[in-house]
Design a protein around this ligand. Structure first.
Ligand code: GLU
Length: 299
């Protein structure tokens, strides 16, 4: 089937919790090549919903680096902090559907009851009046499995009620949860495919479940392996703060392509970012991405 030019829409959605690093560059390169090789659009969304975790100037810094890497996004950059009305509307709809209930449990309370942090449903049937302060809101999960075919990792089936429990939609500090914001944004921005790291695979059934409750269409999903150090810890320190030459940016894209199972010719690593992108988009194969959870790289 030939896709028409407007059918595909992808996105890159960094959280401004620090500068762009090699781990986040991989997600940017994968989603960008997948969108551009499908003649699609690629949106940039800054996920600044979690205000307490935001690092000052990180958003601007990420955007500046993406420009230096030669990424071209379609339309204006969107910021979750400017989209609260959409999350509120989704929240109101779920309240109306009687899908949500207030919860007085702290993380510590839950950890005491379940070492894996699976919410045991303590407040499902109401909470004592005396405890009603700083409440979060949770969604009632169901016993039928959420199923989807990940384009890299294969079939995923998740029993949310057993594996996650009723999860938070609005936090006790009044902020909407990441799960709600992403489910709403991906649907309202009409993202057709989400390409992102394996560390978010766990979140996907929650986002699909929310989209189902809200009568939204879900995108397709593809979760690539994440880069870890020799201790198996996700890379987050290898930033590009010191890079100034185009060659250094080109080399990093080249390394991200290799990480993603693509086979750029050796001489390409010394070329301009423009040439590297031309090659990368023309030769991009999603099927060549290794089906692993993570791959170790030199720190
Ligand atoms: N904001 C998330 C992160 O930076 C990514 C969310 C997503 O791609 O859905 O880890």
């Amino acid at each position: 089937m030939v896709m028409n030019s407007q059918t595909y829409r992808g996105r890159f959605a960094p959280s401004p919790t620090g500068p762009l690093h090699f781990g986040s560059l991989i997600a940017a390169v994968a989603s960008y090549c997948q969108a551009k090789s499908n003649n699609g659009e690629w949106l940039l969304r800054i996920e600044d919903i979690d205000r307490p975790r935001e690092v000052p100037r990180a958003s601007d810094d990420i955007i500046r680096h993406l420009e230096l890497f030669g990424f071209n996004w379609d339309g204006p950059v969107t910021y979750q902090k400017n989209r609260i009305e959409h999350y509120q509307a989704a929240f109101d709809q779920l309240i109306q559907q009687q899908r949500l209930y207030p919860c007085a449990c702290s993380r510590k309370d839950i950890a005491k009851l379940n070492p894996f942090g699976i919410y045991p449903g303590t407040c499902r049937n109401g909470i004592p009046i005396s405890e009603k302060s700083n409440l979060s809101w949770r969604i009632r999960t169901e016993s039928n499995a959420v199923e989807f075919l990940d384009r890299i990792q294969g079939q995923v089936n998740c029993r949310l009620d057993l594996e996650v429990g009723d999860f938070v939609i609005k936090r006790s500090d009044g902020l909407f949860s990441y799960q709600l914001a992403v489910a709403v944004d991906d649907a309202l921005q009409e993202i057709s495919e989400v390409v992102r790291g394996y560390d978010l695979l766990d979140s996907t059934p929650r986002q699909i479940f929310l989209q189902q409750q809200l009568d939204y269409t879900s995108p397709e999903y593809a979760h690539h392996p994440i880069a870890v150090n020799s201790n198996g810890i996700k890379l987050s320190k290898q930033t590009f703060a010191k890079a100034i030459h185009e060659k250094e940016f080109g080399l990093a894209i080249y390394q991200a392509l290799e990480f993603l199972g693509q086979t750029p010719p050796a001489e390409l690593q010394f070329e301009s970012v423009e040439l590297i992108w031309t090659w990368a988009i023309r030769h991009w194969h999603l099927n060549d991405i290794p089906h692993y959870e993570s791959i170790e790289v030199q720190n």
